[in-house]
Design a protein around this ligand. Structure first.
Ligand SMILES: [Zn+2]
Length: 110
């Protein structure tokens, strides 16, 4: 991996972290408990409870991804970055740009 690619990856990680943070702010809003006293119909209440559950799940997933992306950002300069943790082969640059938080090549991830 040349320094320019590394720089591209670093920028991509920072960009993904920013997007994720703003998504999480939105999800946190949705994950707030449903106010059962609110005068809304039964169907829309079920609807909002369902979207709350969905929001809480996505939020948990987003938090996990954020931690892994921050870890990738710290490791991007290390010589081991970009190599598969399982087989030691270089991970395809396209894969790293799509998911910088991964430490497995496409074969080992399957
Ligand atoms: Zn591998």
């Amino acid at each position: 991996m040349d320094p320019r690619q590394r720089e591209d990856i670093r920028r991509r990680i920072v960009e993904l972290i920013e997007t994720l943070r703003s998504d999480m702010a939105m999800l946190e809003e949705n994950a707030k408990p449903v106010d059962l006293d609110q005068p809304i119909g039964r169907l829309s209440r079920m609807d909002s409870m369902a979207s709350q559950a969905l929001g809480a799940r996505s939020l948990a997933e987003a938090k996990v991804r954020l931690v892994r992306l921050e870890q990738a950002l710290r490791q991007v300069d290390s010589p081991e970055f970009g190599f598969c943790a399982s087989c030691g082969e270089e991970i395809a640059i396209r894969r790293i740009l799509a998911m910088p938080e991964t430490d497995l090549c496409v074969h080992c991830a399957q």
